[in-house]
Ligand binder design. Structure first.
Ligand SMILES: [Zn+2]
Length: 129
């Protein structure tokens, strides 16, 4: 069975995030960011999964919260300002992925949704006028 990460909620000890260390580092960092996003967004679990003879529970969230956590975890993993810095350093996508220990797909996704390339290009055009 392959699992990525999960959060355990304990009444007295708070929340603990666990990740699968067998995944590549960039992936498990993204998985942890996803779990942290749920916590920071105060997502109310749609369902608690409890186990017999255990004093902790796992939580699941509804699809909308999962989407929000996916989005926010990308912001945490590769913040816009970091991306702007990297692009201004003229780093290629592979270098950015390596520097920020993330996937090439995440770099491409964040460059696209943040509009940093367009922002920098417009800044250069204004500077050249
Ligand atoms: Zn989730």
């Amino acid at each position: 069975m392959s699992w990525s990460a999960f959060t355990i909620s304990h009444e007295h000890k708070g929340k603990r995030v666990f990740y699968n260390p067998t995944h590549p580092r960039g992936r498990h960092e993204s998985n942890v960011m996803h779990e942290i996003s749920h916590i920071l967004c105060n997502h109310a679990p749609s369902k608690f999964v409890t186990f017999e003879n255990c004093d902790f529970s796992l939580r699941t969230c509804d699809p909308e919260q999962e989407e929000e956590a996916d989005w926010f975890s990308g912001c945490l993993k590769l913040p816009r300002e970091s991306l702007i810095w990297a692009v201004r350093q003229k780093m290629e996508n592979e270098e950015i992925a390596s520097h920020f220990v993330t996937s090439l797909e995440m770099v491409k996704f964040r460059r696209n949704v943040t509009g940093v390339d367009r922002q920098i290009q417009q800044g250069r055009k204004r500077w050249q006028k």
